[in-house]
Design a protein around this ligand. Structure first.
Ligand code: ADP
Ligand code: MG
Length: 316
């Protein structure tokens, strides 16, 4: 369990963290979400004992990180934003070194290394120099290093930054898998990235927590049913006209033709009306098959607008 209480951090006179508090319960996987410069890495560096705080308290597994950093560090596996890899070492040498740092007894080293390699699927590159590994493999070596000593808590700082889509999926699956046995705090600046894997999201902006909630609750609050995208098969002008005539539609326009014989239309409605049923009825009546209907993707900006908007409303 990670407990962060009233954490404040100043760099000179720049206030990087302003009184932030949150907890990660045992076995939970929590997404730490915020744009660049929000304070994610600063928070993670304090939790892992690599940076001191200006004020506040951090406990990992009940141990105070600031008072008892050595004891606390034993409970933590940390993948920093830029993993501290020694590129002139082989993967094997590097993990051996990581075992020394974590105090793994010599007799247990081979087993430990084999286990973390298996988990992160790097067994086939154990003899290679880290210098010669792809970015995706290096990130997995960083993860393997964090897993040495089987720590109960994992702190992962933007683990998928700079990876290609296939590698992102692999790392995401790996994290999901790890979440069965570890308590995880995972940072990201992309909502979709953490939405799928996390039990809870802690959202930070300008060094302040703006929301803590489940991904479902956060999305539910801001589901944008007033913006739809459709793909419908049939004559494009008749379809556009028919949709424009539906009550509550404020604007409808053709955005592109992706598939032969179909048309992609973006529809905007007033805030009160859900026109999805009407669109279905119209298309069914005219025999225009609907190939796709979806609401706009929610992004971090929408959440910020939502939470700051609520705060404004409460003030009034
Ligand atoms: P994030 O990881 O969310 O992108 P950071 O924690 O790295 O954010 O940074 C938070 C803020 O603190 C930013 O405004 C950044 O410029 C500032 N900052 C980070 N590290 C330092 C430092 N060593 N010295 C001065 N300012 C820093
Ligand atoms: Mg960062």
């Amino acid at each position: 369990m990670i407990e962060v209480k009233h954490l404040t951090k100043r760099y000179g006179d720049h206030l990087a963290l302003d009184d932030i508090s949150f907890t990660v319960e045992d076995g939970e996987i929590v997404g730490f979400l915020g744009p660049n410069g929000a304070g994610k890495s600063t928070t993670m560096n304090i939790i892992t004992g690599y940076l001191s705080s200006t004020e506040g308290e951090v406990k990992v597994g009940g141990v105070d990180v600031l008072e008892n950093p050595i004891e606390a560090k034993k409970k933590i596996g940390y993948l920093p934003e830029v993993p501290p890899l020694y590129v002139d070492m082989t993967v094997q040498e590097y993990l051996d070194f990581a075992c020394d740092l974590k105090g793994v007894p010599a007799a247990n080293k081979p087993d430990t290394i084999e286990q973390v390699c298996k988990l992160t699927k790097i067994s086939d590159v154990r003899k290679r120099l880290i210098r010669n590994l792809s970015k995706g493999y290096r990130q997995r070596v960083g993860l393997a290093q964090a897993l040495v000593g089987n720590p109960e808590v994992l702190i992962l700082d933007e683990p998928t930054v700079g990876l290609d889509p296939k590698q992102i999926i692999e790392v995401r699956d790996l994290i999901k898998n790890l979440s069965k046995k570890h308590t995880i705090l995972l940072s990201s600046h992309i909502l979709q990235e953490v939405q799928a894997v996390c039990d809870k999201l802690v959202i930070i902006n300008h060094g302040r927590i703006v929301a803590i909630d489940t991904p479902e609750a956060l999305s539910r609050n801001i589901l944008q049913i007033n913006k739809l995208e459709l793909r419908i098969k049939g004559p494009k002008n008749a379809i556009l006209q028919g949709i424009q005539d539906i009550d509550g539609v404020v604007n409808a326009e053709i955005v592109r033709i992706r598939e032969e014989g179909t048309v992609d239309i973006r529809v905007e409605t007033d805030d009160e009306t859900d026109v999805r049923g009407e669109i279905f009825q119209f298309c069914a009546r005219e025999n225009y098959p609907i190939y796709m209907m979806r609401t706009d993707e929610i992004n971090l900006e929408d959440i910020f607008l939502q939470v700051t908007g609520e705060r404004e409303a409460r003030r009034r």
